[in-house]
Design a protein around this ligand. Structure first.
Ligand SMILES: Cc1ncc(COP(=O)(O)O)c(C=O)c1O
Length: 485
């Protein structure tokens, strides 16, 4: 890797481009997860140029690089205005920080709530089962217990009364989503926040996914319920600029209703011989690149730009949902109310994991979701503005893929493997056993499954309980992450 004489710039770039050829397509409106593409000409170039300007600027010290502080404050101000805060609102004291992504924002929201109550020895948080997995990660990292409230299989939302009942004396935070990632539905924020306020507990709204689109969809006439700082009792909100604000990756905003609520978020340390350290977020050294790129993106697109992109996205969602409704054997998990289309198979419908592979073979990269706690396996589509011009092509391909999946039938894994998957406990899973399973599935060291042949892996995972799924995933990815010398 480290060549003795170094490698010429054009050769290195050619190497990277060759490696990128194996990736899923980040542009072109056919990848329904991981990427957020507005398909605005020139935007990538602008963001890259802005990133380059600030790539070596360090967010470690806002006094050394006031440019970064100014851009961060502008992003926080824009997010606050978008979400019901700012001068002249009922939440005019809103403050916030720029983080590296939704996960960091959620970890910090949990840490802030936890550290606001040092007297609670065993803190807990209450979340609906559809809350993003990053809450579980936060709970794990921060040693906070997670109280999970199930959602209704019909509405995919938690019952606010059940959320209220889950609040106890050790609860430091109640959280809900606007919308949830898996199904794209907005939780009943108002009654949940009211219950939290009545108990004297903070309430976080995870608007990482939809915080930048729901306000525009509402302006376009969609019946979006109140979910932001306009709702009494909401104490913090997260919104990812690297999702629907269409900024390159590495930027989210965590907002608090006021500076007092934010205070426990900060970490300062002066008890060592080096520089005195004050970190608002988890990272210490932080590149200015993503922040400058986000700043340029927001400034360039502007309010009208985002409204146009939301219009295109809304129309794409409607077109994709109609395509699903038109196919026998599929049903929408929920009528779309944001920018997600999520569907499952009806009784006698096609095998969803085979269908996902058939769609991949036709150029459509969707995201399978495993069955969980009474909710069936499903297929998730994150829809962005770039999908709009492709929608008409999706309907016939979906019908065709469903026919092919029906003809192929479900994946048949060796019965002993299925028995193993449903009966094995995670502790009994030795590295040898994993290597055997991986080998049986055609996965080897450094050998990722090909994206168009994932049904076997998904079928196996779907048969396993969540704890075993987690172990298998850890082991599989451990097999992939091997140094190349
Ligand atoms: C609702 C929600 N919260 C949090 C996250 C985590 O965001 P990130 O992947 O940027 O860490 C996501 C990501 O999809 C999300 O949809």
């Amino acid at each position: 890797m480290i060549d003795k004489d170094g490698v010429a710039a054009d050769v290195v770039l050619a190497e990277i481009r060759a490696m990128r050829d194996g990736d899923r397509p980040t542009h072109g409106g056919q990848l329904f997860a991981y990427v957020y593409d507005p398909a605005v000409p020139g935007l990538d170039e602008l963001a890259a140029a802005a990133h380059r300007e600030s790539a070596h600027v360090n967010g470690l010290d806002p006094t050394a690089f006031p440019s970064l502080l100014a851009m961060e404050n502008a992003l926080v101000g824009a997010a606050a205005r978008m979400l019901g805060g700012g001068p002249g609102t009922t939440a005019e004291d809103v403050v916030g920080s720029v983080t590296s992504g939704g996960t960091e924002s959620l970890i910090l929201a949990v840490k802030t709530a936890r550290d606001a109550h040092p007297e609670i020895a065993a803190p807990r948080i209450v979340v609906p089962s559809t809350a993003h997995a990053a809450f579980a990660k936060a709970a794990h990292y921060l040693r906070v217990a997670l109280d999970v409230v199930p959602v209704s299989p019909d509405t995919l939302r938690p019952d606010p009364a059940a959320m209220a009942a889950a609040i106890g004396p050790e609860t430091v935070l109640v959280a809900c989503s606007a919308p949830s990632y898996a199904h794209g539905v907005v939780d009943p924020v108002a009654p949940i926040a009211a219950a939290a306020a009545e108990a004297g507990v903070r309430c976080h709204v995870d608007a990482c996914f939809g915080g930048w689109t729901l306000p525009y969809l509402r302006r376009l006439g969609a019946p979006v319920p109140a979910f932001d700082f306009a709702v009494p009792g909401v104490t913090s909100i997260s919104v990812d600029l690297h999702k629907y604000a269409y900024a390159p990756k590495g930027v989210s905003v965590l907002l608090h209703r006021d500076a007092t609520l934010r205070a426990p978020q900060y970490f300062a340390y002066a008890d060592w011989p080096g520089y005195t350290m004050i970190n608002p977020v988890i990272a210490s050294t932080r590149s200015g690149g993503p922040i400058a790129a986000a700043y340029a993106t927001l400034r360039h697109l502007g309010d009208d730009g985002y409204l146009r992109l939301a219009t295109a996205t809304r129309d794409a969602v409607a077109g994709l949902a109609d395509a699903v409704r038109a196919v026998d054997g599929l049903r929408l998990m929920a009528d779309p109310e944001s920018t997600v289309v999520c569907f499952t198979a009806t009784e006698g419908g096609p095998d969803l994991f085979v269908l996902v592979d058939e769609l991949t073979a036709r150029g459509w990269h969707t995201q399978p979701q495993l069955s969980y706690a009474g909710l069936p396996a499903s297929v998730h589509l994150t829809v962005t503005a770039s999908v709009a011009p492709r929608v008409a092509e999706f309907a016939p391909d979906l019908a065709d893929a469903v026919a092919a999946a029906r003809a192929a039938g479900p994946v048949a894994l060796p019965p002993e493997l299925m028995v193993l998957a449903s009966s094995l406990t995670p502790d009994a899973l030795t590295p040898e056993l994993v290597a055997g399973i991986a080998g049986g599935l055609g996965l080897g060291a450094g050998n990722a499954p090909t994206p168009d042949r994932m049904a076997v892996v998904n079928t196996l995972l779907d048969a396993a309980p969540p704890a075993l799924r987690e172990r298998l995933l850890v082991e599989f990815v451990g097999l992939l992450q091997r140094p190349s010398w």
